[in-house]
Design a protein around this ligand. Structure first.
Ligand code: CO
Length: 139
C-alpha cells in the first residue's frame, strides 16, 4: 500500500455552528459547506475547504456516537483523526490487517461517498487514521 493524499483532518465539536464561526470569523475560512448527516457513522458533518485539504467538523448524531465518547474526554472538542486516500480500500484493509493493524470495522461509506476504514491509534503512533478510497472523479 502506498499512502495517498491527505484528504482531511477530522475535528470533533459539540457544535458545528460554533465551529463554523471559529473557522469563518476567527481563522478566515471562505469555503464552508452545508452540514449534513451521516447516520451510518452517527455523525453530523461539515467540510471546511482549505486550498490543499479540508477540515471535517464532526458533531455527534444520535445514540452511541463515537464522537460523543470523544467529547466526554474532550468537552471543547479537538483533533479527532487524519484521513489519507488509498486507491483500493479492500486491498488496503487486507494489507493493513496482514501487517497486524487493528482495523476498526468493515469498510463503510464515508462522508465523501466512498468506502472508508479506521486504524486503531495504538498501531499508528497515537493518531486515529482513516483510510478512504479516492473518489473516482477527484483527480
Ligand atoms: Co474523516
Amino acid at each position: 500500500m502506498t499512502l495517498g493524499r491527505l484528504n482531511h483532518v477530522g475535528v470533533a465539536t459539540p457544535s458545528i455552528e460554533k465551529s463554523i464561526a471559529v473557522y469563518r470569523d476567527f481563522l478566515g475560512a471562505t469555503e464552508i459547506g452545508e452540514p449534513f448527516d451521516v447516520p451510518a457513522q452517527k455523525v453530523r458533518v461539515c467540510f471546511v475547504d482549505t486550498p490543499n485539504s479540508q477540515i471535517e467538523l464532526l458533531e455527534p448524531l444520535g445514540e452511541g456516537s463515537p464522537i460523543a465518547k470523544f467529547l466526554e474526554k474532550n468537552p471543547a472538542g479537538g483533533q479527532h483523526h487524519v484521513c489519507f486516500e488509498v486507491p483500493d480500500i479492500r486491498a488496503a484493509t487486507a494489507e493493513m490487517a496482514a501487517k497486524g493493524a487493528r482495523v476498526l470495522g468493515e469498510p463503510r461509506i464515508g462522508a465523501h461517498g466512498t468506502p472508508v476504514i479506521f486504524l486503531h491509534p495504538k498501531d499508528t503512533g497515537g493518531v486515529l487514521v482513516e483510510l478512504m478510497e479516492s473518489p473516482q472523479d477527484a483527480h
